[in-house]
Ligand binder design. Sequence first.
Ligand code: DP6
Length: 405
Amino acid sequence: MAEDKPLSVVTCTAPVNIAVIKYWGKRDEELILPINSSLSVTLHQDQLKTTTTAAISRDFTEDRLWLNGKENDIGQPRLQSCLREIRRLARKRHSGNGNSGDSSSRSALSLAYKVHIASENNFPTAAGLASSAAGFACLVYALAKLYGVEGELSEVARQGSGSACRSMFGGFVQWVMGQSADGKDSIAQQVAPETHWPELRVLILVVSAEKKHVASTAGMQTSVKTSLLLKHRAEALVPERMSQMTQHIQQRDFEAFGELTMKDSNQFHATCLDTFPPIFYLNDISKQVVALVHRYNAHCGKNKVAYTFDAGPNAVLFMLDDTVDEFVEVVKRSFPPENNGGQFLKGLPVGSATPSEELLSAVVRDPTPGAIQYMLLTKPGPGPALVEDASCHLLGADGLPQSSS
Ligand code: DP6
């Protein structure tokens, strides 16, 4: 920390993640402790990322927060938990360094300074992609850099949003549920780095969503209260699935990885239906995507594509790079673009393919124009990073958002 400067500022970026063994349900709402472990793939920040700038200055009179350019309430309890935890760790670290010296008294002083935070996504929030995971991971990472805190940060990110703890690492990441009541052992760990499976691709189908769905925090509360299926899943099924999934990833066994991914997504949505009153996240288009993937796999005689859905209708599809061109064409034929000039295919480049008539007649049924808004191709990617380039700061020298200052 450069406490002498009028303004200390850092900018960081963090990724989105998509769970292949789903987290759904808490045993502690305050600390965000889950009822089962989960496992996810971190998506590449070249396509989807949050950028956060955090600054402290003796001139700031209050903590302030801007999200995508608009001032937001910094008083939200989860944000406060993260801020409090990082400041506590910073205090601990500085007092551990011996609290008599000049530099530590300056550190203690800067801990009393107010913080300004600005955060932006490079993807539309309306796309319904899990932005809170990347958002809280980025916030915690940036604050840690600002206050010079190192060590176990996934435990702090978890207190912002459960799934955020998994965005603290790149590649393939498990969130170990832990046992202790204080949450110290409920942390994320990397299972394999992003370089482990270079052929793996992730194709996100952004479904044209009509209405807002039940937020995950509220949805999972009702599920924990009412679904015996969720209880059974968490206690009896997920432990085994966690070790199976880890093994499939380690062995880069796409068929098995894909199958378990689809089954776990289906089981999560089954627990939503078993919730009372029931929760529906999949819409008719999601179901059409499910059916399309199964027809395609049946035609190929093996699992070449796998779907997973979170608390919304968008499909996230896994496949290997040699399947992408053909499957993208299959999606285009099934959901002809109707996006009024917008780009239909975003992200990594896709080559052209001419699927055989035999394949098309076997898998494409009743094309639904306009049902998919756009597709985004990405791949596994690294965890949060510090941005060295000062021109990327979202806050100006006056500590206000660059655009509005
Ligand atoms: C369906 O992490 O958004 O995406 O902990 O209440 O913030 P809170 O919930 P959140 O839930 C994510 C649920 C999920 C599955 C998953 O990511 O594992």
